[in-house]
Every structure is written in structure tokens, then in C-alpha cells.
Design a protein around this ligand. Structure first.
Ligand SMILES: N[C@@H](CCC[C@H](N)C(=O)O)C(=O)O
Length: 268
């Protein structure tokens, strides 16, 4: 859900965000993108020279997250739709730093996601009596990537699958389950921190692509050749390329599906 508020005048405490994102009592969403001018937001003022707009991202439960990969692509789509930018390249400020986005003429949106950080300390994730080791990948936000034979083995994902040691992720984690679909082609399901199962997670898809590449013995830093993975998510397909310098590009569609106004009395 996108809330335009250029001058940062709308108060969005966690309870209001959670209510707006509630699919029964509110509008419904996996998260909320508060669209604010960087200069008008205390957390983004230092990025204002580089990026005019700040994506103040909140998870569906009202918690704050560092980054949202799909969010930043649809954020750019909204800026174009509202006439703030034209197609082409633009910079968006996020809590994970400034991200460069390209609005392609074919309707797809590519974002330069930065580098993945892979940590040695992983966890073991358990669902319905099955356990898998999960790779620890940070994309600005934390991920645990588990390779499974069958995506159904991830269960219903209504609640967060238990993992240990819990201390590896003191701020919580997004958990991806990955199954092979073909050469450099995988499918994933995700349980997102602060949102439960979602139909796509962009930072998650990047974490999955990098973890899969390393599992497959592919490292662009070593070969000097970019590596591209197609990642199927429940909501569609994302294409992830890791370059020799570690930079990751993510491409996929971004569509605004509806617009409306919220009754301020309800919001109050
Ligand atoms: N739930 C995530 C933030 C949102 C990630 C997102 N869906 C994406 O597309 O990257 C978190 O708390 O880190």
C-alpha cells in the first residue's frame, strides 16, 4: 500500500499501519510505503541531495524494516504515475541507503539492490518435523535461505517457522524456502518478518539467487562473469543478476492496481 505524504504530515503509528494493512478490517497489504520527500523526514534528510524521495517502509504489522526490494520498484512506479518523475533512472532513499531504479519502457522496473552479505553463522529451520540448514544472507535486511525438495514442505506459513539458534537473528528474519526448477531457475516461498507469507519478496529473491549461486559453485567475483537466476515467486517471476563487483540487479513488473482515499475519521 502506498501512502503519498510529500511533507511528512501524516502520523503513521504502528497500530494505524497494521489497521490499514489488515485485509479484513482495513485496505490490505503486505506492507506500507510512506512516500515522503527526503528533506522532510529526519531519517532521510542526509540523503536529500542524492534522492529527492524517501521510501519510509513499514511491514504489515506496523514494524519498520530497512529495505523492501519489490517496494522500491513499485515506489518508483508510483512516482512516475504521480508525475514526480519520468521513465528512466531515478534514485530512491531507503533505510538501507540510496537505491537506483530504472523504469524500463516495457513496463518492467529494475533496481540496483547493492551487495549481499553472506554470514558463516546460519540456522536450522524446522517445519512439520522436517529440518533444513539455512544460509544467512543480508540484503540490507536479514534472510535465512533453506533449500527444500518440495515447496509444500514449508507448510502453511501462517506463523513463523521455528529456527535455531535464535540469537543469529536478534532483529528477526525473513525465511525463504527454495526448490530447483531448472538450470539457474528456482522457485521460492517466503515467510516475511512482520507480514507472514507473502506472494513475493524482492530482497528475499536476491538472497535466494546469491545463496543458490554459491551452492551451485557460481561466484561472479571469481569468474568475472555476471550470473543470472530466474526466481519464481507465488506472485510472478523476478530476474536477479549478480555482477562481478557484487552488485545485484533485480527486474520485474510493478503495477498500481487501485487508488482511493481513507476517511480521516476512521484513521483517527
Ligand atoms: N518483511 C521484510 C521487509 C519487506 C521485504 C519485501 N517484501 C521485499 O520485497 O524485499 C523485512 O522485515 O525485512
Amino acid at each position: 500500500m502506498i501512502v503519498p505524504d510529500a511533507e511528512n504530515a501524516v502520523d503513521l503509528p504502528p497500530a494505524v499501519v497494521a489497521r490499514l494493512c489488515d485485509r479484513r478490517a482495513g485496505i490490505g497489504g503486505d506492507g506500507l510505503l510512506h512516500v515522503v520527500r527526503s528533506a522532510a523526514h529526519p531519517e532521510a534528510r542526509h540523503m536529500a541531495d542524492e534522492a529527492e524521495w524517501f521510501m519510509d517502509y513499514r511491514n504489515a504489522d506496523g514494524s519498520v524494516a530497512e529495505m523492501c526490494g519489490n517496494g522500491v520498484r513499485v515506489f518508483a512506479r508510483y512516482l512516475e504515475h504521480a508525475g514526480h518523475v519520468t521513465a528512466g533512472r531515478l534514485a530512491v532513499a531507503t533505510r538501507g541507503g540510496v537505491k537506483h531504479v530504472h523504469l524500463d519502457k516495457d513496463g518492467s522496473v529494475t533496481v540496483a539492490m547493492g551487495r549481499a552479505v553472506l554470514a558463516e553463522a546460519g540456522v536450522t529451520v524446522t517445519v512439520d518435523g522436517r529440518s533444513w540448514p539455512a544460509r544467512n544472507v543480508n540484503m540490507g535486511n536479514p534472510h535465512a535461505v533453506a533449500f527444500v525438495e518440495d515447496l509444500d514442505h514449508a507448510g502453511n506459513l501462517f506463523t513463523e517457522p521455528p529456527y535455531e539458534p535464535a540469537a543469529v537473528y536478534p532483529d528477526g528474519v525473513n525465511i525463504e524456502f527454495v526448490a530447483d526448477r531448472g538450470p539457474r531457475h528456482v522457485a521460492m516461498r517466503v515467510h516475511e518478518r512482520g507480514a507472514a507469507e507473502t506472494r513475493s519478496c524482492g530482497t528475499g529473491a536476491c538472497a535466494v539467487a546469491v545463496a543458490t549461486a554459491r551452492r551451485d559453485g557460481a561466484d561472479p567475483a571469481e569468474t568475472g562473469t555476471p550470473v543470472t537466476y530466474t526466481v519464481d515467486v507465488l506472485g510472478g517471476t523476478l530476474v536477479i543478476t549478480e555482477h562481478p563487483d557484487g552488485q545485484i540487479d533485480m527486474t520485474g513488473p510493478a503495477v498500481i492496481v487501485a487508488e482511493g482515499t481513507v476517511d480521516p475519521a476512521w484513521l483517527g
